[in-house]
Design a protein around this ligand. Structure first.
Ligand code: C2O
Ligand code: CU
Length: 459
């Protein structure tokens, strides 16, 4: 069986240009700039689109590093809004978490902020602003952050697939309407044009029998995606950057906003055929990744991949652990009659809606002045999440990965949990990272509409 040469593989990666950062970040930190850009998003025949992106592209070029490395970047804000960088899923010191008003001041247009932190975990992560996130992510400010294992599994190609969901008008301009209350109270700002690495489809060549690592990142503001494989024999090896202890074959992967999945996929299609990763929609399957299969017929597939080496995450101990409840309410067809705003005032629904608030968590709409709870460093916190709404929510915790607590035992380590309407689920995590950490819905329209809170891990 012939595998793509290293040169081919690197050629295939060029689109993403995930360059390893310079070894010594001691002198001047490399610059990470959020800036306006103009890119071809829509098919030929349409105009190019004005976006905001890291380095002026959408998604941004991304950062690639090795587990244990430090990331040092001088963030420069060149967009006409206050901004920040949140390193989604990275277990970093609180001051580097990029949450304006909580961990750092907002970075104004023309301002800078130095991010400098170590990478404890290998895996597939990403970064995005954490202020006015719906508009800033919706205009393109997203990029992959890929952290390689000390000894990465052997694959013929390592492909990052960042999915973005755009709402474009007939001239391929990004539609305004970021405050739209209808979006906020329903499934969020669902776009009308999806891209993968900024293009309608990503395509690569690989031989029959070749082994691909696919790092899929759902960077959509609000859309849940269901992915399907065709002509690939895929195994799910990591979720939200964290390796799974048990590697299982999969044909479909469901990703809520901000969630990631790593697949190790062997090309099972024959030479001359195509293999695909697709997005499964009600009206059919849309290509995300197209593999033009070459090589020799009848290539044998390799044995199932071994699990990736685990990351050094402290396990939660649920026995006797403190528990808190997090009740989500509101949204269209919801039962939220009133809620408190950050100032502590109880307000009726109409008053809240005028402020753009249509959701609450534990009776509070918008960022609460008080944390959901405080927890001593080293203890385990259990959060019982009650989705008392008619909508799904992608619940994200900063600074830690958690496990779901289920009757069948602990779930995989994750940083974002997709909850369906009326579900009740419980998560637990070892609170080993001191600071104030947000817990919020990663459907960014819902977050803007009030679904956010925080926990304090005492130092
Ligand atoms: Cu991906 Cu609070 O963020
Ligand atoms: Cu939500």
């Amino acid at each position: 069986m012939i595998h793509p040469t290293r040169r081919n593989v690197l050629g295939g990666m060029a689109a993403l240009a995930l360059a390893r950062p310079a070894r010594a970040a001691t002198d001047a930190a490399p610059i990470l700039r959020a800036e306006p850009g103009r890119v071809r998003l829509a098919p030929e025949g349409y105009p190019e689109t004005d976006i905001w992106g890291y380095g002026g592209t959408a998604p941004g070029a991304g950062i690639r590093a090795r587990q244990g490395d430090r990331i040092t970047r001088l963030f420069e804000n060149a967009i006409p809004r206050d901004s920040s960088v949140h390193w989604h899923g990275i277990r970093l010191p609180n001051a580097m978490d990029g949450v304006p008003g909580m961990t750092q001041p907002p970075v104004p247009e023309g301002g800078t902020f130095l991010y400098d932190f170590a990478l404890p975990d290998a895996g597939t992560f990403w970064y995005h602003p954490h202020l006015n996130s719906l508009e800033q992510v919706g205009r393109g400010l997203t990029a992959p952050l890929i952290v390689d294992e000390a000894e990465p599994p052997e694959v013929d190609a390592d492909l990052t697939l960042m999915l973005n969901d755009w709402r474009l008008d007939a001239e391929a301009r990004i539609a305004e309407g970021w405050d739209d209350l209808h979006d906020r109270a329903h499934a969020g700002r669902i776009g009308n044009y999806m891209t993968v690495n900024g293009r309608p489809v990503d395509s690569h060549a690989a031989d029959a029998g070749a082994r691909l690592r696919l790092r899929i990142i759902n960077a959509a503001t609000d859309r849940i995606v269901m992915l399907g494989t065709f002509g690939l024999r895929a195994h799910l090896v990591a979720l939200d950057g964290m390796p799974l202890a048990d590697v299982a074959p999969v044909e479909e992967v469901l990703l809520g906003p901000a969630q990631r999945a790593d697949l190790i996929a062997d090309v099972a299609a024959e030479p001359g055929e195509r293999a695909y990763l697709t997005m499964l929609e009600r009206d059919g399957a849309y290509e995300v990744l197209r593999i033009e299969v070459g090589g020799r017929a009848g290539a044998a597939l390799r044995p199932a991949p071994a699990p990736l080496p685990p990351n050094p995450v402290v396990e939660p101990v649920t026995e006797g652990a403190r528990g808190v409840e997090l009740v989500m309410a509101g949204g269209a067809m919801g039962r939220m009659g009133e809620a408190r705003t950050a100032d502590g005032i109880l307000r009726p629904m109409g008053d809240l809606a005028q402020r753009g608030l249509v959701w609450s968590m534990n009776g509070i709409a918008g960022m609460a002045g008080e944390p959901l709870t405080e927890i001593a460093r080293g203890e385990t916190l259990r959060i019982r999440m009650v989705n008392d709404t008619a909508w799904p929510h992608a619940m994200h915790l900063h600074g830690h990965h958690f496990r779901e607590v289920t009757e069948a035992g602990p779930g995989p380590l994750r940083d974002t949990l997709l909850m369906l309407p009326d579900e009740r689920r419980e998560i637990a995590f070892a609170a080993d990272n001191p600071g104030d950490w947000m817990v919020h819905c990663h459907m960014l329209s819902h977050q803007a509409g009030g679904m956010m809170s925080w926990v304090r891990v005492l130092g």
